[in-house]
Write a protein that binds this ligand. Sequence first.
Ligand code: NAD
Ligand code: ZN
Length: 356
Amino acid sequence: VDISFEERYRVRIGPDIREELPSFCSQHYSPEKIIVIIDEKVHRLHHTKIQAICGDYFREILWLKVPRGEGSKSLSQWQLMLDRILEEGIERGTPLLAVGGGVTGDLAGFVAASTLRGIPLIHMPTTLLAMVDSSIGGKTGLNHTTGKNLVGAFYQPDAVFADVAFLRTLEQKEWITGMAEVIKYAAIRKPELFDQLADLTKSIPEPDERWAKVISDSVRIKTDIVEEDVLEAGNRAFLNFGHTFGHALEKVAGYGNLAHGEAVFAGMIAATHFSRQLGHPVDDIRFRPFLPLYKRQIESLPADIGALIKAMRTDKKVKDNTIQLVLLKEWGSPYILPCTDLSKLEESWQYALAQF
Ligand code: NAD
Ligand code: ZN
């Protein structure tokens, strides 16, 4: 599958699509050197594959491994990478390949944006979340001691190669995390995706053609919404469906105790219930096939609704002191509502928490 984004770069999706890298690079870069910023675990599992495609065209590979976990999205990790790259000596045109999940992509993206005021970037996402979400849209970022993703830049890659063969080694927990974003796309843009996805929950972790199709549908939805945002300011906020609630859950549960996708899944149930309280016809029977998967992963959700609402109020996306909710008029039709009705908010939390 080939999706072009803002006419500026391509997203290629499919089994073994990584093998197109050498030919792409031969059209755009000199064969001197490539920088590969790679998740340490992905390096352990897949470095021969990466070595093969890079070695096919480039004379030299500078490997930079990223330790696992969110902690690597730090200014100190960024500095380590920059030191290595600048000490090795590179040129403006030296490309940087980012291989890993969203952590590696966000860090590598910011390294590419900030080295020599910008060197070419190619994303090779290896988690489902990175394929359908973080490698698309041009956001790069690091965490700061005062909060997540507070340092960063918009920086578009020259290309994205999403090779679903990498997903074979992904742990169940990571599948679930990425799936929450796909469920989100189904809810806000393409309800037909729900049925395909429910079917696919049986084939985790078998990244076949059906998964490639769901991933490319997701990428298309995200690129469409990001492009619309340029014309109709504000559409990008639809991508926050389930996230205003989800971020609060992650925060109150303590980062690391609840995966992002688990929190977002519960958050989508809450946002859908809020929509129903306003009379919108969004029966959450659609979420039911996925509930057992998430239930199995989630040990416990925080039950202090007061704390959850307080956390929603301190979210980055709060405007004029009012929580901005993404709700559904019907499946596939999101809208933004500044929330003033606290009792409906409480009721939504109660409903969502009771599902787990
Ligand atoms: P991650 O990068 O930490 O990857 C999750 C785990 O999977 C890691 O332990 C990693 O070692 C492992 N892994 C990666 N690929 C693997 C493979 N093929 N086989 C086996 N294991 C593999 O996490 P993530 O969920 O991919 O990304 C989360 C990050 O993405 C967060 O920091 C979030 O802020 C960011 N994000 C960014 C954007 C954006 O627009 N830039 C959007 C959404 C999320
Ligand atoms: Zn998310």
